[in-house]
Design a protein around this ligand. Structure first.
Ligand code: SF4
Length: 231
């Protein structure tokens, strides 16, 4: 396992000057940073997610840290073939520390069940890991501070297909700002992983007439998983 540079004792890399200060105590970091990489590879599965959780720590990298109760990292199988990505935790998620547990989450669970899976068999997360106040939309500085964690989650889980739930996740993962009404159902890629954009379950709760379109998108995903021999 490649040692983290942070574990290298200060005096050992201090060069000739170190010999002139033999009594200077070594000063380790207060919290050793986690090792996310082994021989240059991202750790896969649960061990990687645990390392990422430790890396996030008590994150203060954006203004959402002030109002959150829990950092909501993700749930489900950390080696899942199928990953769902939404935009941010809401009140229930912030309270319980788990993504998609409120009314929208219950609908997502039904959608997952209809695809032939349990929640525990897929991986579910959001772009932002902390709740925006009053469930407002994510702001660019927050996405920019937090997106590194989603990128690492995707690298760790290595899903074969990602479903982007709603316009924020779809725009981020697809790299384009086409309205979700036109983007949904059209396969894109994120780091060569197929991404299927579809409606957010919260939107489907507000407009049930869109459920058929969402189901059609998920059926495409099921067909792709079938073709890969993964279902
Ligand atoms: S939203 Fe992300 S970057 Fe901002 S405080 Fe939470 S974990 Fe950190």
């Amino acid at each position: 396992m490649r040692p983290s540079p942070a574990f290298v004792p200060v005096a050992a890399s201090a060069g000739p000057a170190a010999a002139e200060q033999p009594d200077e105590p070594l000063t380790p970091y207060p919290t050793p940073p986690p090792v996310l990489y082994d021989q240059g590879q991202v750790l896969h599965g649960g061990v990687g997610i645990n390392a990422l959780r430790a890396e996030i720590g008590d994150c203060q990298r954006c203004k959402l840290a002030k109002g959150r109760r829990h950092i909501v990292l993700g749930t489900g199988n950390p080696e899942a073939n199928l990953m769902f990505v939404g935009e941010a935790p809401g009140a229930d998620e912030d309270e319980q520390g788990e993504p998609f547990v409120g009314a929208a989450g219950q609908l997502l669970s039904k959608m997952i069940k209809a695809m032939g899976y349990e929640r525990s068999e897929v991986y579910i997360c959001n772009i932002l890991k902390c709740r925006p106040p009053q469930n407002r939309n994510p702001e660019p500085d927050e996405v920019s501070a937090c997106e590194q964690f989603l990128r690492k989650q995707i690298a760790i889980v290595q899903p074969r297909i990602i479903v982007a739930l709603g316009k924020f996740a779809a725009h981020f993962l697809c790299g384009e700002e086409t309205p979700i009404t036109r983007l949904r159902g059209n396969l894109r890629t994120f780091n060569e992983i197929p991404v299927m954009p579809t409606y957010h379950p919260a939107f489907l709760l507000r407009d049930e007439s869109r459920k058929a379109e969402a189901w059609s998108d998920l059926k495409q995903v099921m067909a792709m998983l079938d073709n890969m021999g993964l279902r």
